[in-house]
Design a protein around this ligand. Structure first.
Ligand code: HEC
Length: 306
């Protein structure tokens, strides 16, 4: 009896020992390697941060990165980007990794309160486990800033309750994959919808504030900060049907339109990002994947006028 219980245990110990021994032998388990892995994680996190437009809404103009205070005006009043630096009192320094992940993908804070969908958690809910994990590691690596959040100035009564109700009624989390697609149109769709969140500005909204998915990317005449976000479907008359894939790549990486004008406002913000990164830091391959995705979506004829 003793033999039959001990045998498999001994065997697995020997196997584990052999694995560790061969890993050390192959140089996988040195302290140098652990450091390299940590550096690689941060670099991947920095890139996800850049693809997300440098999380630009969380940095006030000219202010320290991620310290909050940037106003975003909406029909419901002004929301202020919050402090997402690792400061333990004013930022997210005291939150666990899982709590930060839940705030990004599910819109809930550690105290159970619910964020407004101005924070694009419905889009980010589809961010892969690997990407959101790297992003959290990267956010933690930036300097903490002890700056209190500016309270939102809203015209809504019972804001907390309204946010909770909105989320309950309308939020359908996307089932996030462990790993994001790495190439092709799938990669472009993933970046656009679940990291760069293009639809949050470019898809019109219903009365309820939810995105009107039947007009995906067909433009919003009255977006955040009162800005008009153009129709970016391949419709030739009212969208960007005449743009080549290279035109889109150039825009994302430089902010230049095909007529050599610069984009302005929030589009310029997400392209430029913050000093740590923005869409402009997209690799050529990723910018091309986004361009191909936008060629593949249905053309919708919708003139967007102020
Ligand atoms: C935070 C809001 C926001 C996000 C996110 C955003 N955009 Fe924009 N975008 C705008 C606004 C506003 C404009 C208009 C800028 C102007 O008028 O100069 C614009 C302009 C554009 C234009 C120029 C269209 C034209 O006809 O001139 C393209 C193309 C575009 N965006 C593509 C994208 C793509 C692709 C993404 C995601 C990778 C994206 N945008 C994400 C707000 C946004």
């Amino acid at each position: 009896m003793g033999k039959t219980r001990c045998g498999p245990r001994l065997r697995s110990l020997v196997v584990a020992g052999l694995v560790v021994w061969s890993l050390i032998g192959a140089g996988f388990l040195t302290p140098g390697h652990a450091q390299e892995a940590a550096a690689d994680l941060l670099e991947r996190g920095r890139y996800v941060f850049a693809l997300a437009g440098g999380c630009g809404c969380h940095t006030a103009e000219g202010g320290p990165t991620n310290a909050g205070g940037r106003p975003l005006s909406t029909p419901y009043g002004a929301f202020y980007g919050t402090n997402i630096t690792p400061d333990p009192d004013h930022g997210i320094g005291a939150w666990t990794d899982q709590q930060i992940i839940d705030s990004i993908r599910l819109g809930v804070r550690p105290d159970g309160s619910v964020m407004s969908p101005v924070m694009p958690y419905p889009a980010l809910s589809g961010m892969s486990d690997a990407d959101v994990g790297a992003l959290v590691a990267y956010l933690r690596s930036l300097p903490p800033v002890a700056q209190a959040n500016t309270p939102h100035r809203l015209s809504l009564p019972f804001v907390g309750l309204a946010m909770r109700a909105w989320r309950w009624l309308f939020f359908e989390p996307v089932r996030a994959a462990a790993q994001a697609p790495q190439s092709g149109i799938e990669r472009g769709a993933y970046i656009s919808q679940h990291v760069a969140h293009c639809q949050e500005c470019h898809t019109p909204r219903r009365w309820s504030g939810t995105l009107d998915h039947s007009r995906h990317m067909a433009g919003n005449p009255d977006g955040i900060d009162g800005e008009l976000a153009p129709n970016i479907t391949p419709d030739v008359k009212t969208g960007i049907g005449e743009w080549s894939e290279d035109d889109m790549v150039t825009l994302l990486r430089s902010g230049f339109l095909p007529d050599f004008d610069n984009v302005q406002g929030l589009m310029a913000l997400v392209i430029e990002g913050v000093p740590e990164g923005g869409y402009k830091d997209m690799t050529d391959a990723d910018a091309q994947a986004v361009a191909r995705y936008f060629k593949s979506i249905p053309a919708i004829e919708q003139a967007v006028e102020p």
